[in-house]
Design a protein around this ligand. Sequence first.
Ligand code: PMT
Length: 402
Amino acid sequence: MHQRRILVAVTGGIAAYKIPEVVRVFRRADQVVRCIMTSAATEFVTPLVLQTLTGEPVRTALLDPAEEGEIDHIDLADWAELLVVAPATANSLAKLAHGLADDLVSAVALATRAPVLVAPAMNVNMWNHPATRANLETLIERGVRIVGPGEGELACGWLGAGRMSEPAEIAAAAELLLASKSLADEVVLVTAGGTREPVDAVRFLGNRSSGKMGFAVAGEAARRGARVVLVAGPSAVETPPGVERVNVESALEMRDAVRSVWSEATVAIMAAAVADFRPAQALDRKIRKEDLAPDAGLTLELVRNPDILAEISKDRGSRIVVGFAAESHDVIDSAIRKLERKGCDLLVANDVSREASGFDSDTNAVIFVWPGGEIEELPTLPKTDVAAQLVDRVEKLREARR
Ligand code: PMT
Protein backbone atom coordinates (compact mmCIF):
# COMPACT_ATOMS: atom_id res chain seq x y z
CA MET A 1 0.00 0.00 0.00
CA HIS A 2 1.81 3.08 -1.22
CA GLN A 3 0.85 6.59 -2.20
CA ARG A 4 -2.50 6.48 -0.38
CA ARG A 5 -3.94 9.91 0.42
CA ILE A 6 -4.17 10.40 4.17
CA LEU A 7 -5.64 13.57 5.64
CA VAL A 8 -4.52 14.12 9.23
CA ALA A 9 -6.84 16.41 11.20
CA VAL A 10 -5.16 17.76 14.31
CA THR A 11 -7.30 19.09 17.16
CA GLY A 12 -6.23 21.03 20.21
CA GLY A 13 -4.75 18.75 22.84
CA ILE A 14 -1.29 18.37 24.28
CA ALA A 15 -0.87 15.07 22.38
CA ALA A 16 -0.66 17.18 19.21
CA TYR A 17 3.06 17.29 19.89
CA LYS A 18 3.20 13.63 18.73
CA ILE A 19 1.58 14.37 15.36
CA PRO A 20 4.84 15.21 13.54
CA GLU A 21 5.94 11.65 14.36
CA VAL A 22 2.61 10.24 13.13
CA VAL A 23 3.15 12.12 9.87
CA ARG A 24 6.71 10.80 9.60
CA VAL A 25 5.54 7.20 10.06
CA PHE A 26 3.02 7.67 7.23
CA ARG A 27 5.63 9.33 5.04
CA ARG A 28 8.16 6.56 5.69
CA ALA A 29 5.48 4.12 4.47
CA ASP A 30 5.34 6.19 1.27
CA GLN A 31 1.89 7.65 1.86
CA VAL A 32 0.80 11.10 0.69
CA VAL A 33 -0.13 13.17 3.73
CA ARG A 34 -1.88 16.50 4.17
CA CYS A 35 -2.69 18.11 7.50
CA ILE A 36 -5.52 20.32 8.65
CA MET A 37 -5.69 21.84 12.12
CA THR A 38 -8.09 23.54 14.46
CA SER A 39 -6.88 26.88 15.70
CA ALA A 40 -6.44 25.35 19.20
CA ALA A 41 -4.13 22.71 17.70
CA THR A 42 -1.83 25.42 16.37
CA GLU A 43 -1.11 26.33 20.01
CA PHE A 44 0.55 22.93 20.49
CA VAL A 45 2.31 22.34 17.17
CA THR A 46 2.93 24.84 14.41
CA PRO A 47 1.53 24.47 10.90
CA LEU A 48 5.05 25.09 9.61
CA VAL A 49 6.34 21.87 11.23
CA LEU A 50 3.60 19.81 9.59
CA GLN A 51 3.96 21.64 6.27
CA THR A 52 7.68 20.87 6.27
CA LEU A 53 7.14 17.18 7.05
CA THR A 54 4.31 16.67 4.55
CA GLY A 55 5.58 18.95 1.81
CA GLU A 56 1.98 20.21 1.52
CA PRO A 57 0.32 23.43 2.69
CA VAL A 58 -1.48 23.09 6.02
CA ARG A 59 -4.98 24.54 6.31
CA THR A 60 -6.28 25.86 9.62
CA ALA A 61 -9.38 27.93 8.84
CA LEU A 62 -12.72 27.09 7.31
CA LEU A 63 -13.59 30.34 5.64
CA ASP A 64 -10.24 31.93 4.85
CA PRO A 65 -10.50 33.12 1.21
CA ALA A 66 -6.79 32.56 0.57
CA GLU A 67 -6.82 29.00 1.94
CA GLU A 68 -10.12 28.15 0.23
CA GLY A 69 -8.57 29.44 -2.99
CA GLU A 70 -5.77 26.87 -2.73
CA ILE A 71 -7.98 23.81 -2.17
CA ASP A 72 -11.44 24.23 -0.73
CA HIS A 73 -12.64 22.18 2.21
CA ILE A 74 -14.91 19.98 0.10
CA ASP A 75 -12.04 19.21 -2.27
CA LEU A 76 -9.97 18.27 0.78
CA ALA A 77 -12.75 15.99 2.03
CA ASP A 78 -12.97 14.37 -1.41
CA TRP A 79 -9.18 14.14 -1.76
CA ALA A 80 -8.79 11.99 1.35
CA GLU A 81 -8.76 8.22 1.09
CA LEU A 82 -8.57 8.18 4.87
CA LEU A 83 -9.24 10.85 7.48
CA VAL A 84 -7.27 10.49 10.70
CA VAL A 85 -8.40 12.74 13.55
CA ALA A 86 -5.51 12.82 16.00
CA PRO A 87 -5.43 13.79 18.72
CA ALA A 88 -9.21 13.82 19.00
CA THR A 89 -10.22 15.90 22.01
CA ALA A 90 -13.49 15.37 23.88
CA ASN A 91 -14.78 18.49 22.14
CA SER A 92 -13.88 17.24 18.66
CA LEU A 93 -15.45 13.81 19.39
CA ALA A 94 -18.65 15.61 20.40
CA LYS A 95 -18.62 17.68 17.23
CA LEU A 96 -18.07 14.61 15.06
CA ALA A 97 -20.80 12.65 16.83
CA HIS A 98 -23.32 15.47 16.48
CA GLY A 99 -22.44 16.44 12.93
CA LEU A 100 -21.29 19.97 13.67
CA ALA A 101 -19.40 21.79 10.94
CA ASP A 102 -18.27 25.02 12.56
CA ASP A 103 -14.54 24.68 11.93
CA LEU A 104 -12.38 23.17 9.22
CA VAL A 105 -11.86 19.78 10.89
CA SER A 106 -15.51 19.14 11.72
CA ALA A 107 -16.68 20.40 8.30
CA VAL A 108 -14.25 18.12 6.47
CA ALA A 109 -15.22 15.17 8.71
CA LEU A 110 -18.87 15.75 7.84
CA ALA A 111 -18.20 16.08 4.12
CA THR A 112 -15.79 13.23 3.56
CA ARG A 113 -16.87 9.83 2.31
CA ALA A 114 -13.54 8.34 3.30
CA PRO A 115 -13.22 6.03 6.29
CA VAL A 116 -12.49 7.91 9.50
CA LEU A 117 -9.99 6.89 12.15
CA VAL A 118 -10.05 8.69 15.47
CA ALA A 119 -7.28 8.68 18.10
CA PRO A 120 -8.80 10.13 21.27
CA ALA A 121 -6.64 11.91 23.85
CA MET A 122 -7.96 13.64 26.93
CA ASN A 123 -8.16 13.69 30.70
CA VAL A 124 -9.36 10.36 32.17
CA ASN A 125 -12.49 11.91 33.69
CA MET A 126 -13.44 13.48 30.37
CA TRP A 127 -12.87 10.07 28.72
CA ASN A 128 -15.06 8.29 31.26
CA HIS A 129 -17.82 10.93 31.21
CA PRO A 130 -21.17 9.52 30.00
CA ALA A 131 -21.36 12.25 27.36
CA THR A 132 -18.04 11.16 25.84
CA ARG A 133 -19.04 7.47 26.06
CA ALA A 134 -22.30 8.23 24.25
CA ASN A 135 -20.50 10.24 21.56
CA LEU A 136 -18.06 7.41 21.09
CA GLU A 137 -20.83 4.84 20.76
CA THR A 138 -22.53 6.99 18.13
CA LEU A 139 -19.31 7.22 16.15
CA ILE A 140 -18.61 3.48 16.41
CA GLU A 141 -22.14 2.63 15.30
CA ARG A 142 -21.56 4.90 12.31
CA GLY A 143 -18.48 2.94 11.33
CA VAL A 144 -15.81 5.32 12.65
CA ARG A 145 -12.74 3.39 13.85
CA ILE A 146 -11.24 4.27 17.21
CA VAL A 147 -7.60 3.62 18.10
CA GLY A 148 -6.74 3.83 21.78
CA PRO A 149 -6.56 5.69 24.01
CA GLY A 150 -3.87 4.04 26.09
CA GLU A 151 -3.62 4.11 29.86
CA GLY A 152 -0.93 5.70 31.98
CA GLU A 153 0.27 9.00 33.30
CA LEU A 154 -1.55 11.84 31.60
CA ALA A 155 -0.18 15.28 30.86
CA CYS A 156 -2.76 16.76 33.23
CA GLY A 157 -1.27 14.80 36.13
CA TRP A 158 -4.04 12.18 36.37
CA LEU A 159 -3.43 8.48 35.92
CA GLY A 160 -5.73 6.36 33.71
CA ALA A 161 -7.12 6.05 30.19
CA GLY A 162 -6.68 9.05 27.92
CA ARG A 163 -3.19 8.88 26.41
CA MET A 164 -3.22 9.11 22.64
CA SER A 165 -2.03 5.88 21.02
CA GLU A 166 1.56 5.79 19.89
CA PRO A 167 2.25 6.85 16.28
CA ALA A 168 3.02 3.26 15.21
CA GLU A 169 -0.33 2.05 16.58
CA ILE A 170 -2.15 4.84 14.75
CA ALA A 171 -0.33 3.92 11.56
CA ALA A 172 -1.22 0.22 11.97
CA ALA A 173 -4.89 1.06 12.48
CA ALA A 174 -4.78 3.35 9.44
CA GLU A 175 -3.24 0.62 7.33
CA LEU A 176 -6.06 -1.74 8.26
CA LEU A 177 -8.62 0.82 7.20
CA LEU A 178 -6.84 1.61 3.99
CA ALA A 179 -6.89 -2.07 3.19
CA SER A 180 -10.62 -1.90 3.53
CA LYS A 181 -11.50 -2.39 -0.13
CA SER A 182 -9.94 -5.81 -0.07
CA LEU A 183 -13.35 -7.52 -0.18
CA ALA A 184 -14.77 -5.34 -2.94
CA ASP A 185 -15.54 -8.33 -5.16
CA GLU A 186 -17.18 -10.44 -2.47
CA VAL A 187 -20.80 -10.95 -1.45
CA VAL A 188 -20.65 -11.94 2.20
CA LEU A 189 -23.59 -13.68 3.83
CA VAL A 190 -23.57 -13.43 7.63
CA THR A 191 -26.02 -14.99 10.07
CA ALA A 192 -26.36 -13.50 13.54
CA GLY A 193 -28.46 -13.61 16.67
CA GLY A 194 -30.58 -16.38 18.07
CA THR A 195 -33.63 -17.99 16.56
CA ARG A 196 -37.03 -18.13 18.22
CA GLU A 197 -38.97 -21.37 17.83
CA PRO A 198 -42.68 -20.76 18.36
CA VAL A 199 -44.48 -22.77 21.03
CA ASP A 200 -47.82 -21.00 20.86
CA ALA A 201 -49.18 -17.55 20.00
CA VAL A 202 -47.09 -15.84 22.71
CA ARG A 203 -44.24 -18.19 23.67
CA PHE A 204 -41.09 -19.34 22.00
CA LEU A 205 -37.94 -21.34 22.70
CA GLY A 206 -34.92 -19.09 22.34
CA ASN A 207 -31.37 -18.54 23.51
CA ARG A 208 -29.14 -15.77 24.83
CA SER A 209 -27.50 -14.66 21.58
CA SER A 210 -27.59 -10.87 21.26
CA GLY A 211 -26.35 -10.70 17.69
CA LYS A 212 -23.29 -8.63 18.66
CA MET A 213 -20.74 -11.09 17.26
CA GLY A 214 -22.42 -11.57 13.90
CA PHE A 215 -23.22 -7.88 13.51
CA ALA A 216 -19.56 -7.05 14.17
CA VAL A 217 -18.52 -9.50 11.45
CA ALA A 218 -21.03 -7.99 9.03
CA GLY A 219 -19.77 -4.46 9.79
CA GLU A 220 -16.17 -5.47 9.29
CA ALA A 221 -16.84 -7.13 5.93
CA ALA A 222 -18.81 -4.08 4.78
CA ARG A 223 -15.98 -1.75 5.81
CA ARG A 224 -13.67 -3.79 3.61
CA GLY A 225 -15.89 -3.15 0.63
CA ALA A 226 -17.95 -6.35 0.47
CA ARG A 227 -21.65 -6.39 -0.26
CA VAL A 228 -22.96 -7.86 2.97
CA VAL A 229 -26.30 -9.55 3.55
CA LEU A 230 -26.96 -10.06 7.25
CA VAL A 231 -29.62 -12.63 8.08
CA ALA A 232 -30.48 -11.78 11.66
CA GLY A 233 -32.62 -13.27 14.36
CA PRO A 234 -34.34 -10.77 16.67
CA SER A 235 -31.65 -8.39 17.92
CA ALA A 236 -31.50 -4.90 19.40
CA VAL A 237 -28.11 -4.23 17.82
CA GLU A 238 -28.07 -1.49 15.20
CA THR A 239 -27.42 -2.56 11.63
CA PRO A 240 -23.84 -1.63 10.67
CA PRO A 241 -23.48 0.98 7.91
CA GLY A 242 -23.73 -0.40 4.42
CA VAL A 243 -25.14 -3.78 5.49
CA GLU A 244 -28.35 -5.25 4.01
CA ARG A 245 -30.32 -6.80 6.86
CA VAL A 246 -32.92 -9.53 6.49
CA ASN A 247 -34.86 -10.14 9.72
CA VAL A 248 -35.99 -13.65 10.58
CA GLU A 249 -37.35 -15.35 13.67
CA SER A 250 -37.18 -19.14 13.43
CA ALA A 251 -34.52 -21.52 12.12
CA LEU A 252 -36.77 -22.41 9.19
CA GLU A 253 -37.08 -18.73 8.25
CA MET A 254 -33.33 -18.36 8.60
CA ARG A 255 -32.78 -21.29 6.25
CA ASP A 256 -35.15 -19.75 3.66
CA ALA A 257 -33.37 -16.38 3.90
CA VAL A 258 -29.94 -18.00 3.57
CA ARG A 259 -31.09 -20.00 0.57
CA SER A 260 -32.51 -16.94 -1.14
CA VAL A 261 -29.10 -15.19 -1.18
CA TRP A 262 -27.02 -18.32 -1.61
CA SER A 263 -26.63 -18.09 -5.39
CA GLU A 264 -25.05 -14.62 -5.06
CA ALA A 265 -22.91 -15.28 -1.97
CA THR A 266 -19.18 -15.86 -2.28
CA VAL A 267 -18.51 -16.11 1.47
CA ALA A 268 -20.75 -17.32 4.32
CA ILE A 269 -20.02 -16.63 7.98
CA MET A 270 -22.52 -18.35 10.24
CA ALA A 271 -22.43 -16.72 13.67
CA ALA A 272 -26.09 -17.27 14.53
CA ALA A 273 -27.13 -19.45 17.43
CA VAL A 274 -29.68 -21.57 15.59
CA ALA A 275 -32.01 -23.75 17.62
CA ASP A 276 -31.31 -27.40 16.92
CA PHE A 277 -34.91 -28.33 17.79
CA ARG A 278 -38.34 -26.75 17.47
CA PRO A 279 -41.71 -27.68 18.90
CA ALA A 280 -43.35 -30.27 16.64
CA GLN A 281 -46.47 -28.13 16.66
CA ALA A 282 -46.75 -24.41 17.18
CA LEU A 283 -50.24 -23.52 18.38
CA ASP A 284 -51.69 -20.36 16.89
CA ARG A 285 -53.41 -19.54 20.18
CA LYS A 286 -52.08 -19.20 23.71
CA ILE A 287 -51.79 -22.36 25.82
CA ARG A 288 -53.69 -21.56 29.04
CA LYS A 289 -52.95 -23.43 32.23
CA GLU A 290 -56.64 -23.19 33.09
CA ASP A 291 -57.32 -25.49 30.14
CA LEU A 292 -55.14 -28.21 31.70
CA ALA A 293 -55.93 -30.41 34.67
CA PRO A 294 -54.84 -28.83 37.99
CA ASP A 295 -51.19 -29.71 38.76
CA ALA A 296 -50.77 -31.19 35.27
CA GLY A 297 -47.42 -30.52 33.60
CA LEU A 298 -46.97 -29.91 29.92
CA THR A 299 -44.78 -31.97 27.62
CA LEU A 300 -43.48 -30.39 24.45
CA GLU A 301 -42.49 -32.64 21.62
CA LEU A 302 -39.47 -31.27 19.77
CA VAL A 303 -38.33 -32.11 16.27
CA ARG A 304 -34.96 -31.43 14.70
CA ASN A 305 -34.31 -28.25 12.77
CA PRO A 306 -32.30 -28.44 9.57
CA ASP A 307 -28.59 -27.79 10.03
CA ILE A 308 -28.23 -24.74 7.80
CA LEU A 309 -24.43 -24.67 7.97
CA ALA A 310 -24.07 -28.35 7.09
CA GLU A 311 -26.50 -27.91 4.19
CA ILE A 312 -24.71 -24.96 2.62
CA SER A 313 -21.27 -26.49 3.19
CA LYS A 314 -22.28 -29.43 1.00
CA ASP A 315 -23.27 -27.07 -1.78
CA ARG A 316 -20.48 -24.52 -1.39
CA GLY A 317 -18.60 -24.81 -4.68
CA SER A 318 -15.87 -22.17 -4.58
CA ARG A 319 -17.47 -20.30 -1.67
CA ILE A 320 -15.69 -19.85 1.65
CA VAL A 321 -17.80 -21.12 4.52
CA VAL A 322 -17.05 -20.28 8.16
CA GLY A 323 -18.95 -21.73 11.09
CA PHE A 324 -19.05 -20.74 14.74
CA ALA A 325 -19.29 -23.09 17.70
CA ALA A 326 -20.50 -22.20 21.16
CA GLU A 327 -18.89 -24.72 23.51
CA SER A 328 -18.99 -24.93 27.29
CA HIS A 329 -16.48 -27.81 27.77
CA ASP A 330 -13.96 -29.85 25.71
CA VAL A 331 -13.88 -26.77 23.52
CA ILE A 332 -11.13 -27.73 21.08
CA ASP A 333 -11.97 -31.41 20.68
CA SER A 334 -15.65 -30.82 20.08
CA ALA A 335 -14.87 -27.90 17.75
CA ILE A 336 -12.60 -30.14 15.66
CA ARG A 337 -15.37 -32.76 15.45
CA LYS A 338 -17.92 -30.07 14.57
CA LEU A 339 -15.72 -28.67 11.81
CA GLU A 340 -15.44 -32.13 10.25
CA ARG A 341 -19.14 -32.86 10.66
CA LYS A 342 -20.27 -29.55 9.18
CA GLY A 343 -17.61 -29.49 6.48
CA CYS A 344 -16.65 -25.82 6.69
CA ASP A 345 -13.36 -24.09 5.83
CA LEU A 346 -12.84 -22.60 9.29
CA LEU A 347 -14.61 -22.90 12.61
CA VAL A 348 -14.60 -20.16 15.24
CA ALA A 349 -14.98 -21.83 18.62
CA ASN A 350 -15.95 -19.76 21.61
CA ASP A 351 -15.80 -21.01 25.16
CA VAL A 352 -19.10 -19.71 26.46
CA SER A 353 -18.29 -20.85 30.00
CA ARG A 354 -15.59 -18.17 30.28
CA GLU A 355 -16.30 -14.78 31.70
CA ALA A 356 -16.62 -11.98 29.14
CA SER A 357 -16.92 -14.47 26.32
CA GLY A 358 -19.72 -15.80 24.14
CA PHE A 359 -23.35 -14.82 24.50
CA ASP A 360 -24.30 -11.17 24.96
CA SER A 361 -20.92 -9.87 26.11
CA ASP A 362 -19.01 -7.16 24.25
CA THR A 363 -15.89 -9.31 24.21
CA ASN A 364 -15.18 -12.84 23.08
CA ALA A 365 -12.44 -15.42 23.54
CA VAL A 366 -12.22 -17.47 20.37
CA ILE A 367 -10.12 -20.22 18.90
CA PHE A 368 -9.82 -20.56 15.14
CA VAL A 369 -9.96 -24.26 14.26
CA TRP A 370 -8.71 -25.24 10.82
CA PRO A 371 -9.26 -28.45 8.85
CA GLY A 372 -6.51 -30.85 9.89
CA GLY A 373 -6.75 -29.73 13.51
CA GLU A 374 -4.48 -26.67 13.48
CA ILE A 375 -5.66 -24.13 16.03
CA GLU A 376 -5.09 -20.43 16.72
CA GLU A 377 -6.12 -19.17 20.12
CA LEU A 378 -6.83 -15.44 20.49
CA PRO A 379 -6.92 -13.55 23.78
CA THR A 380 -10.21 -12.10 24.99
CA LEU A 381 -10.91 -9.21 22.62
CA PRO A 382 -13.76 -6.84 21.80
CA LYS A 383 -16.09 -8.56 19.36
CA THR A 384 -15.20 -5.92 16.75
CA ASP A 385 -11.54 -7.00 16.99
CA VAL A 386 -12.49 -10.68 16.81
CA ALA A 387 -14.47 -9.80 13.69
CA ALA A 388 -11.45 -8.04 12.16
CA GLN A 389 -9.21 -11.03 12.89
CA LEU A 390 -11.77 -13.40 11.42
CA VAL A 391 -12.20 -11.37 8.24
CA ASP A 392 -8.39 -11.28 7.91
CA ARG A 393 -8.48 -15.12 7.89
CA VAL A 394 -11.24 -15.11 5.27
CA GLU A 395 -9.10 -12.85 3.09
CA LYS A 396 -6.17 -15.23 3.46
CA LEU A 397 -8.37 -18.17 2.47
CA ARG A 398 -9.49 -16.23 -0.59
CA GLU A 399 -5.90 -15.37 -1.54
CA ALA A 400 -4.86 -19.00 -1.12
CA ARG A 401 -7.66 -20.12 -3.44
CA ARG A 402 -6.58 -17.62 -6.09
O1 PMT B 1 -24.80 -13.12 19.48
P1 PMT B 1 -23.82 -12.89 20.61
O2 PMT B 1 -24.51 -12.58 21.91
O3 PMT B 1 -22.76 -11.89 20.25
O4 PMT B 1 -23.07 -14.28 20.90
C1 PMT B 1 -22.22 -14.80 19.94
C2 PMT B 1 -22.36 -16.31 19.81
C3 PMT B 1 -21.90 -16.97 21.10
C4 PMT B 1 -23.82 -16.70 19.54
C5 PMT B 1 -21.48 -16.73 18.59
O5 PMT B 1 -20.15 -16.33 18.83
C6 PMT B 1 -21.53 -18.22 18.35
O6 PMT B 1 -20.81 -19.00 18.92
N1 PMT B 1 -22.44 -18.63 17.43
C7 PMT B 1 -22.72 -20.06 17.18
C8 PMT B 1 -23.57 -20.57 18.30
C9 PMT B 1 -24.08 -21.95 18.06
O7 PMT B 1 -25.25 -22.12 17.94
O8 PMT B 1 -23.18 -22.89 17.96
P2 PMT B 1 -23.54 -24.41 17.54
O9 PMT B 1 -22.39 -25.17 18.01
O10 PMT B 1 -24.89 -24.79 18.04
O11 PMT B 1 -23.60 -24.36 15.95
C10 PMT B 1 -22.46 -24.55 15.16
C11 PMT B 1 -22.62 -23.82 13.84
O12 PMT B 1 -23.71 -24.39 13.10
C12 PMT B 1 -22.93 -22.35 13.94
O13 PMT B 1 -22.23 -21.71 12.89
C13 PMT B 1 -24.41 -22.27 13.74
O14 PMT B 1 -24.79 -21.01 13.15
C14 PMT B 1 -24.66 -23.40 12.77
N2 PMT B 1 -25.98 -24.05 12.92
C15 PMT B 1 -26.33 -24.66 14.07
C16 PMT B 1 -27.54 -25.32 14.15
C17 PMT B 1 -28.40 -25.31 13.03
N3 PMT B 1 -29.58 -25.91 13.08
N4 PMT B 1 -28.03 -24.69 11.91
C18 PMT B 1 -26.83 -24.07 11.82
O15 PMT B 1 -26.51 -23.49 10.78
